[in-house]
Ligand binder design. Structure first.
Ligand SMILES: C[S@@+](CC[C@H](N)C(=O)[O-])C[C@H]1O[C@@H](n2cnc3c(N)ncnc32)[C@H](O)[C@@H]1O
Length: 291
C-alpha cells in the first residue's frame, strides 16, 4: 500500500486550491454552451432530484465550486446547507449567485477540506460531492470518504460522482484530437501516462505532460468497495451519458426539440444503469446510504 505523508496531502490540496481560485469562470462554463455539456449537467441534476429526500435538516455540499448545483440542494434543504470548498474564490462566486435567491434556506460558506471536516460526527443528513472531489483527493480518497462516513448520520445519504479510467482516456484523446495533439500523444503513450491510468487508475501531477492534477480514477466496483469501507452501502450507480458524452452530433440534434431531448435523456439514464457501461460515460454517479 502507498502511504502518503501529511506534507504531500497538504501540497496536493494547496495546488487544487490555487488552480480553482484561478479558474472560477471556466468552472462555471464546464456545464454550459455546447449540447454535450448541457447533457452532462442535466443528467446530474436529474440524479440529484431523483435522490434528494427534500426533508433533510442539514445538508453538506462538498466542493460546490461556483455553485452550479447549489440551488437544487438549497431547495431540498429544510434547515441549513453547508457549502464547503478549498477554494475561497469558488465560494465567493457561489455566494454571489446565491444572494440572488435570498428566500431559499440558509447557507453556511466554509473554506475547508473534505479530508478533515470541521463538523460534528453524525451531524449531516445528506452529502453531495459532485465534480470529482473524491478523484481529486487521489491517494487520500479513502480518507475523504471515511471522513464523510464520520459526519453523516446513520441512514443518511451520499451522492457523488467518480472519474473512470476508460472514459477519462476517451475524453483525453477526444480533446487531444481537437487540439491536434492526438498523433503526438499516441506516439508517446507512456509519456502521457495513458498506460498507467488504464492499469493503475493513478495519474501523477505533471503539467508539462498535460496532467494538471494528481488524480485517482475508479471503476464502479472499486468505488463500491471504498464506499463500503467508509460505512456506505451503494443503492444506485449510473454512467453519465454513455451514448452521447463524446458524440457532439447526437446531443446537438437531440437538443433541437424538447421531445427529442427528453428521449435522449431517458435513453442515457436507462443505458447508463446497465452493468457493463458504468465506466463508459463522463464518469459515473453513485447514491449510497450510511449503514
Ligand atoms: C470540478 S469543481 C466542481 C464544482 C461543482 N461541484 C460541480 O460539479 O460543478 C471541484 C471543486 O471541488 C473543490 N475541491 C476539490 N477537492 C476538495 C477537497 N478535498 N475538499 C474541499 N473541496 C475540494 C475544488 O476547489 C473545486 O471548487
Amino acid at each position: 500500500m502507498v502511504r502518503r505523508t501529511a506534507d504531500a496531502s497538504h501540497r496536493r490540496r494547496r495546488h487544487i486550491r490555487r488552480v480553482f481560485d484561478a479558474q472560477v469562470r471556466e468552472e462555471w462554463r464546464r456545464y454550459a454552451g455546447e449540447p454535450p455539456r448541457i447533457l452532462r449537467r442535466t443528467l446530474r441534476e436529474r440524479f440529484l432530484r431523483r435522490h434528494l429526500r427534500g426533508s433533510s435538516q442539514t445538508v453538506l455540499e462538498l466542493g460546490p465550486g461556483p455553485g452550479r448545483f447549489t440551488p437544487i440542494l438549497r431547495r431540498a434543504t429544510r434547515g441549513r446547507l453547508v457549502a464547503l470548498d478549498l477554494s475561497l474564490e469558488a465560494l465567493r462566486s457561489a455566494r454571489r449567485r446565491a444572494r440572488r435567491r435570498p428566500r431559499l434556506s440558509r447557507i453556511d460558506w466554509v473554506q475547508g477540506a473534505g479530508e478533515c471536516l470541521p463538523l460534528r460526527a453524525r451531524s449531516i443528513d445528506e452529502v453531495v460531492a459532485f465534480g470529482n472531489v473524491v478523484s481529486f483527493a487521489a491517494l487520500d480518497g479513502p480518507v475523504l470518504l471515511k471522513e464523510l462516513g464520520r459526519v453523516v448520520k446513520p441512514r443518511g445519504l451520499l451522492l457523488a460522482d467518480f472519474a473512470s479510467p476508460a472514459a477519462a482516456t476517451q475524453e483525453f484523446l477526444y480533446v487531444a484530437a481537437r487540439r491536434r495533439l492526438l498523433g503526438r500523444i499516441l506516439r508517446h503513450p507512456d509519456h502521457y501516462f495513458l498506460d498507467r491510468v488504464l492499469t493503475t487508475g493513478l495519474q501523477p501531477l505533471a503539467p508539462d505532460r498535460l496532467a494538471r492534477w494528481e488524480f485517482r480514477f475508479y471503476t464502479a466496483a472499486e468505488a463500491e468497495k471504498e464506499l463500503a469501507r467508509a460505512g456506505f452501502r451503494m443503492i444506485d450507480v449510473m454512467s453519465v451519458a454513455p451514448i452521447a458524452a463524446h458524440q457532439d452530433r447526437v446531443a446537438a440534434i437531440a437538443r433541437r426539440e424538447e421531445r427529442t431531448w427528453e428521449t435522449l435523456l431517458r435513453i442515457e439514464e436507462r443505458v447508463g444503469r446497465r452493468p457493463g457501461v458504468f465506466e463508459m460515460g463522463d464518469g459515473f454517479l453513485i447514491a449510497a446510504v450510511r449503514k
